[in-house]
Design a protein around this ligand. Structure first.
Ligand SMILES: Nc1ncnc2c1ncn2[C@@H]1O[C@H](COP(=O)(O)OP(=O)(O)O)[C@@H](O)[C@H]1O
Ligand SMILES: [Mg+2]
Length: 265
């Protein structure tokens, strides 16, 4: 197994506040990690290191064996698909055009580069992977939130990334759109078996059934880490959220039921 990402004892400090207090994580090819923790735990900050967007205050980050800080960041970022469904787009581009911007990693289409026929075919194939080839001519503003999430996944896939990062991808989706998005994420493994992923959430119901591993954090520290089935359990989730939570697992999906009363400390 080849490591795609290695975080070694990373910390993050801002204004004398310790936001990440020493977290280590190794993600191998084909692994699908869930990054779980309460609001403000430091999940998005940690994802920023994984995406070569922010530098930790100490510790090391290796992406595809390259140490961040010793190598071209733009180069590293091209191997990572960062998916932010709340991302705003300025121009009323079609889905096909939005996916094509993934080739250049730009927010909008660069004016001087006309996509080749091959590029367009690849964009169509990526939209097909997420079940949206029917509406590849529709424009972004007319899409539902769920369709936007799926479009951004195909946009990320077109550059052939080795690691996909999804920060709370189902926030704001109704239950049907959420299930369609999760089914899309579940199906990616067939077409892209080597791609690793990290999905951030604070809702256990939003974990795709293909989740293989989990890292639970609270207040910038690791609570538990390892194989998903052994890690996402009542004891660890209760500890991470500092609140009694009953965790269930049925047919590949997790559930959480919180008690109304707070835990005695
Ligand atoms: N650049 C920053 N400067 C100061 N505080 C920050 C910065 N980034 C994040 N924080 C703080 O760090 C904590 C963790 O934030 P975040 O990583 O967004 O948590 P999560 O994604 O788990 O909700 C929060 O208290 C947040 O306010
Ligand atoms: Mg966050």
């Amino acid at each position: 197994m080849k490591p795609v990402l290695q975080l070694d004892d990373v910390t993050f400090r801002r204004d004398s506040k310790q936001i990440i207090g020493g977290i280590s994580l190794t993600v191998n090819e084909g692994e699908h990690w869930a990054l779980l923790g309460p609001n403000g735990a430091g999940k998005s900050t940690l994802l920023g290191f994984c995406g070569a967007v922010t530098f930790p205050s100490s510790g090391s980050v290796r992406i595809l064996g390259e140490r961040m800080g010793r190598t071209d960041l733009a180069e590293l970022r091209r191997s990572i698909g960062h998916i932010n469904p709340r991302h705003r787009r300025q121009h009323p581009r079609t889905l096909r055009e939005v996916v094509l911007t993934g080739i250049t990693g730009t927010n909008d289409l660069p004016l001087r580069r006309t996509p080749t026929t091959e590029d367009v075919e690849r964009a169509e194939a990526m939209l097909d992977t997420v079940g949206l080839s029917r509406i590849s001519d529709s424009v972004w503003p007319t899409l539902s939130q769920g369709e936007r999430g799926r479009t951004l996944i195909s946009r990320a896939l077109i550059s052939g990334p080795r690691l996909l990062l999804l920060d709370e991808p189902s926030t704001g989706l109704d239950v049907a759109a959420r299930e369609q998005l999760l089914a899309t994420i579940d199906s990616l493994g067939e077409a892209h078996p080597d791609v690793a992923s990290i999905l951030v959430t604070h809702h256990l119901e939003e974990l795709p059934s293909t989740t293989t591993h989990a890292l639970l954090i609270a207040e910038g520290r690791t609570v538990a880490s390892g194989a998903a089935l052994e890690t996402v359990n009542t004891e660890n989730v209760t500890a991470a959220f500092s609140h009694p939570v009953q965790v269930g697992y049925h047919d590949g999906r997790w559930t959480a039921r919180a008690n109304a009363t707070r835990m005695e400390v």
